[in-house]
Design a protein around this ligand. Structure first.
Ligand code: ZN
Ligand code: ZN
Length: 406
């Protein structure tokens, strides 16, 4: 297991953030993931990094704070916390985040307090978030099992067995269990390129999603949209993979050209609360109505974050037979579940998904880019999902029965 985790760490360092000689790597690590953070640090130095910096967090302490601290404490983000990230941004660091949260840990926290705390943090960290969202710096989201998470995924197993099983699944879908994980990952991202080029050449105006679960949604695409996926390039042309694993091919929708209704196909773990069996109804790009069998209040606060939270900023295509879905595991973690299903994201769009000389917000927003404090992916793909690409009066089948026909 130790060797496998080391190989996985090497994959994240080399293909995820692609650490360059002399560079600083920052790791956001839950304390339960110390062993993995240590492996990442070892591998970063092996790749020539100048330093590996670890920012530790503990979700249980965070829960205690969210349950007990005064609201002024929850919404006060100390300047040193902002400066800490910006110090490393200015050094041109790359950033790794280990995603490992217990999917239901925060269910007893008042959603209003959670929302206030999370938004205060997002607002304060805007400059840092922009650095990542616009790929000025390289970043990678990865994962490691923790007891609470593994028990939710495999409730019938003892804790140790559940952790072990979740580890095997993570390593498999990340291709970290291959003989040469770096080569296997490169072959995978290369295979996504052909389809990305095809979609970029087709220049659809919109995609129409339909499914027997009630989904009938037309997603207009941003003007001059660019499809991407697998590996991307930072502002200096250095390649990296922002998510490992990743199976999605994604672009920017037009913030004001989304109409119809969409039903979720997997639960959404948002800030430690599950939102399940929900629907969103759009008119002219805006969510005008919504339902949720579970987590309604959390969804409501999410949608009310700001104007852009009621519009979408990402449309991503993932076949139903994706290797992640083939594991048959519901991960309750967006990094995995979004790569097992077509998904949309409420909130901020990736500016890198829209072409054009003028990179100002005004110019990109005129082409349909959505702006928001949030970017929250939710899963809408199912076994019968049908997608057609619309260009003028012409319709081209893209997905039939949940998978590619293009
Ligand atoms: Zn996505
Ligand atoms: Zn996303």
């Amino acid at each position: 297991m130790d060797q496998k985790m080391e190989n996985y760490a090497a994959l994240i360092v080399r293909e995820g953030v692609n650490v360059q000689p002399g560079q600083t790597m920052v790791v956001n690590a839950p304390v339960q993931c110390a062993a993995f953070a240590q492996a990442l640090a070892r591998q970063a130095y092996a790749a020539g990094a100048a330093e590996a910096v670890i920012f530790w967090s503990d979700e249980i302490c965070r829960k205690i704070e969210l349950m007990n601290a005064g609201e002024d404490v929850l919404t006060d983000v100390p300047q040193w916390m902002v400066d800490r990230n910006m110090h490393y941004v200015k050094k041109g660091a790359c950033f790794v985040s280990i995603s490992a949260s217990d999917p239901e840990l925060m269910k007893d926290v008042d959603p209003k307090r959670m929302d206030a705390a999370v938004n205060a943090l997002r607002r304060a960290q805007m400059e840092y978030r922009t650095y990542l969202m616009t790929n000025q710096g390289r970043w990678c989201v990865t994962a490691m099992p923790t007891a609470g998470w593994a028990k939710k995924v495999f409730p019938g197993l003892e804790e140790a067995a559940a952790m072990d099983k979740l580890w095997q699944a993570i390593l498999k879908v990340s291709r970290a269990d291959a003989d040469d994980p770096v080569r296997a990952w490169q072959a995978h991202t290369q295979s996504m390129k052909t389809r990305i080029e095809k979609l970029n050449a087709l220049r659809f105006d919109a995609l129409r999603f339909t499914s027997a679960n009630g989904t009938d949604l037309t997603v207009g695409l941003a003007d001059d949209h660019i499809w991407g996926g697998g590996s991307e390039e930072d502002a200096h042309g250095v390649p990296f993979s922002a998510n490992i694993p990743s199976e999605e091919i994604f672009t920017a929708p037009h913030a004001h050209r989304v109409d119809g209704k969409v039903a979720s196909t997997k639960p959404l773990n948002h800030n430690g609360v599950l939102i399940e069996n929900f629907t969103l109804t759009f008119k002219d790009g805006k969510v005008t109505d919504f339902t949720a069998e579970q987590g309604y209040d959390t969804l409501k606060y999410l949608l009310d974050t700001d104007e852009g939270a009621r519009h979408i900023g990402e449309v991503a295509l993932v076949p139903y037979d994706s290797p992640i879905n083939q594991t048959g595991i519901l991960f309750y973690n967006t990094l995995f579940d979004e790569n097992a299903s077509c998904h949309l994201a409420l909130g901020d769009a990736y500016a890198t998904c829209i072409a054009g000389e003028d990179r100002s917000d005004a110019a990109l927003q005129a082409k349909g880019m959505n702006k928001s404090l949030i970017h929250v992916d939710f899963m809408v793909g199912g076994a019968d999902t049908r997608i057609v690409g619309v260009k003028g009066a012409q319709e081209t089948p893209v997905f039939e029965n949940g998978t590619w026909v293009l």
